[in-house]
Design a protein around this ligand. Structure first.
Ligand code: HEC
Length: 151
């Protein structure tokens, strides 16, 4: 009886130690910050434009999905930030771009892309980051990527 009781308390101590060390490890785990995710959004926002300009609809579709995934990552990994609920404001223009891609409609793509860019800036103004101004890119900084369709 005494033996089994000691055994139990040893197990509890052991478990507590393991929990403590896991908590320490978790606290040290790298988690991208809000600004890191914004850099990812900026990349895909830029690539999306050049894909659309070249009517590379497959690549454009890919970039829309990358943007959606990044929004989901912000919602998951930055759920404690008060700005996060505002991320949904770029979903309607992304839906509209997705529709333009499906229809291979270059004119709708351009107007929807303008709305997307405006929505990025509307949020920046709302969170007092108005000095971060997003624009429609002029030249691709990615000289190592071909935006033209493969066939
Ligand atoms: C929640 C509303 C919100 C939306 C929507 C949003 N941003 Fe941001 N953005 C922020 C916040 C907050 C910061 C400051 C991040 C920080 O604390 O480091 C930021 C910062 C940035 C920066 C500066 C980061 C840097 O290192 O230079 C860029 C670029 C940026 N956003 C791009 C975009 C783009 C492109 C879009 C649209 C596709 C977008 N953002 C949509 C809230 C938003």
């Amino acid at each position: 009886m005494l033996f089994s009781c000691n055994q139990e308390s040893n197990n509890t101590t052991d478990l507590q130690n393991r929990i403590d060390s896991l908590e320490l490890k978790l606290a040290d785990t790298y988690k991208p910050g809000f600004g890191d995710f914004m850099g990812i959004l900026q990349t895909h926002h830029s690539k999306l434009w050049f894909a659309g300009q070249h009517k590379n609809w497959k690549l454009a579709d890919f970039e829309v999905h990358e943007l959606m995934e990044t929004i989901e990552d912000i919602q998951k990994f930055q759920s404690d930030r008060q700005e996060t609920p505002l991320m949904t404001m770029i979903i309607p223009p992304l839906d509209s771009i997705a529709k333009a891609i499906e229809q291979k409609n270059a004119a709708l793509f351009r107007t929807s892309y303008r709305s997307l860019t405006n929505a990025c800036n509307t949020c920046h103004q709302a969170v007092e980051m108005e000095f971060n101004v997003v624009t429609i890119p002029e030249t691709s900084p990615y000289t190592n990527q071909d935006f033209k369709p493969v066939n």
